[in-house]
Design a protein. Structure first.
Length: 255
């Protein structure tokens, strides 16, 4: 969706996810990148942070959090990250979550992920609009698996639900134009007039703003498109646009 592609081969090495040498996992398998496109900076390797919540397929030696817990100084099998827009700095924490970046520790919610699943997956069940729509109805959508994935920039879901939501948002914007590459575009300034929404995910209402979904397609603030796509699928992929603005904690010990 965002034009990023990576190619490489499996390799083993001492992998240090941070500049702190105490964070390293020894003799860990990762993908050594041989070519890449769409990245802002040069990277020489990639590792996955999947949940491993599928007993018959899980080898702890292939899980970076398990290896870091064994080989490094972290005391919890936990990673947490905060995603921002391109104008700010995103970051990831390994080990104990950083309470200093939280507005209130009491506000932390933990969502149970589905058993026997590779990914960080829970159920998507509903939607309600933000204040711009002047509609307080809580809509039930077809219950479906929904996985969070930082390797996906946008929110992707079943066409029937996505197209209805997207069209309702675009109806609030002016100067909407069709586009062969982006389906529809609008002035980036119009994002402030478009309705955001909340998705009922894992039993909790999670806020998604129009600004979170807007892609500045020319990187000059002129035209934007919604990072929100529908396909002939029966599940959701909740990418960066969904997770932006939250401190996302992933706890391997209490899956």
């Amino acid at each position: 969706m965002d034009g990023t592609s990576l190619y490489g081969q499996l390799a083993n090495d001492r992998v240090c996810p941070t500049t702190d040498t105490n964070s390293c996992a020894n003799d860990f398998q990762f993908v050594a990148i041989s070519s890449a496109s769409g990245l802002r900076d040069y990277e020489d390797g990639i590792i996955g942070l999947w949940s491993g919540n599928r007993d018959s397929y899980t080898n702890e030696e292939e899980m970076i959090m398990h290896k870091m817990f064994t080989d490094s100084t972290i005391t919890e099998k936990t990673f947490s990250f905060y995603l921002t827009d391109l104008g700010s700095s995103s970051y990831i924490d390994f080990g104990t979550p950083n309470t200093a970046v939280m507005s209130d520790v009491a506000d932390i919610i933990y969502i149970d992920i589905l058993d026997n699943d590779y990914w960080w997956t829970a159920k998507m069940q509903g939607l309600r609009w933000g204040s711009q729509m002047n509609d307080s109805t809580e809509y039930m959508i077809t219950e479906a698996d929904a996985l969070t994935d930082t390797g996906t920039s946008c929110i992707i879901g079943p066409s029937s639900e996505v197209n209805s939501i997207r069209n309702s948002m675009l109806n609030l914007a002016s100067d909407v134009q069709s586009d062969s590459s982006w389906d529809f575009t609008y002035p980036c300034s119009e994002a402030a007039n478009m309705a955001g929404f909340e998705m009922l995910y894992g039993g909790y209402w999670m806020d998604v703003t129009a600004e979170d979904l807007s892609i500045d397609i020319y990187s000059d603030g002129s035209r934007c498109s919604l990072c929100f796509s529908g396909y002939s699928i029966d599940y959701w992929i909740l990418g960066d646009a969904f997770m932006r603005g939250w401190y996302n904690i992933h706890d391997h010990t209490n899956l």
